[in-house]
Write a protein that binds this ligand. Structure first.
Ligand code: ZN
Length: 331
């Protein structure tokens, strides 16, 4: 069985400025450690170390990195240098530079820093969206519309790709079960509000493979296959890679992960954060799915994190065990 997933970003009315990929890959790994990982730890990584991290991952073949979040420095001092980091990352050839934007203000700053891609988190859970973004669903949708109008005024070549990320889509640590009907409805509303695509985020690590398959089918049925191409998974309960396989079978082509599973989970001591980039790339490459990433080079990037964040936990099985004897990746 060969993998024939086309790699593309859905074309939107807004257009986008994502740089063209060079060599052919089947699956896009989007490294989110510099954002999701760092925002969930206490240590503050020096800007210079972040820059070395981004450069080293790009050198290993990683083509997209979410480098930070445009939030007030007071709220998240770990990500206070996001503007500077975006500017630096834009100098790395062939790298798609993504950033999280919680609101209009953040989107404006991301545009000024020239991010290729911006994602706005939209929690399906009403409690979660209120607690994390201090907005109701309606207020958040208005924020999305405001961002859309701002983006329309930007020349197509400089306009970032705009994604609505449906967080807590598989369950919420405050509300518990999240309605699948609500996920589908918000996916449609985000598209109507001007997003170029939506993503499904298992913010809390609640998802299981059956649920992943079902929700991808439901959302794609509502907004179109090409408007849902990525998932954001956590490994809180050890189901991360099983969920990746389920999503891969459904035709998902973009996976978020973080190096060393950095970040942990504040609600579950000892649990890793996002799925581990090293293990994810190893699994895919071993299966013959091309990520464009050199696993050995990727494993050596860990050194930068171990040095810069000596007090933080790093996860992953492949880094501990090493690659199997005679291993050759697909890329
Ligand atoms: Zn996350």
């Amino acid at each position: 069985m060969g993998f024939r997933f086309p790699l593309f970003y859905p074309q939107s009315d807004l257009g986008y400025s994502t740089p063209p990929m060079s060599a052919k890959i089947d699956v896009l790994i989007s490294e989110v450690g510099p954002r999701d990982g760092l925002q969930n730890i206490d240590s503050i990584m020096p800007t210079e170390a972040k820059q070395r991290w981004l450069q080293a991952e790009a050198d290993a073949g990683v083509r997209e990195i979410e480098v930070g979040s445009f939030v007030p420095a007071k709220t998240m001092p770990q990500l206070a240098d996001t503007g500077e980091i975006v500017k630096f990352a834009r100098t790395i050839e062939g790298l798609t530079v993504a950033a999280l934007v919680p609101n209009f203000r953040g989107a404006r700053d991301a545009v000024a820093a020239k991010a290729h891609k911006i994602s706005i988190p939209f929690s399906v859970s009403a409690t979660h969206i209120q607690k994390n973004l201090r907005r109701t669903h309606d207020e958040m949708l208005q924020e999305v519309r405001n961002i859309t109008s701002m983006l329309k005024d930007i020349p197509a070549a400089d306009r970032p790709h705009f994604e609505g990320s449906l967080s807590t889509a598989f369950g919420c640590s405050m509300e518990g079960k999240v309605s699948e009907t609500a996920v589908v409805r918000f996916a449609e509303q985000l598209m109507e509000a001007g997003c170029a695509e939506v993503g499904l985020s298992d913010t809390t690590g609640y998802a299981n493979p059956a649920q992943i398959r079902r929700l991808i089918k439901l959302v794609r049925g509502a907004v179109g296959d090409d408007k849902l191409t990525g998932v954001h998974l956590h490994n809180t309960r050890g189901l991360g890679l099983a969920n990746v396989l389920a999503a891969l079978d459904e035709g998902i082509t973009t996976f978020d992960s973080s190096l060393g599973g950095l970040g942990g989970c504040p609600a579950a001591p000892g649990a890793s954060g996002n799925i581990v980039t090293e293990d994810l790339v190893f699994m895919l490459e071993a299966m013959g799915v091309r990520t464009g990433i050199d696993v050995e080079k990727l494993l050596s990037v860990r050194e930068i994190l171990l040095q810069a964040l000596p007090n933080e936990e790093m996860y992953g099985f492949t880094p501990d065990s090493g690659l199997p004897k005679g291993f050759t990746g697909a890329s």
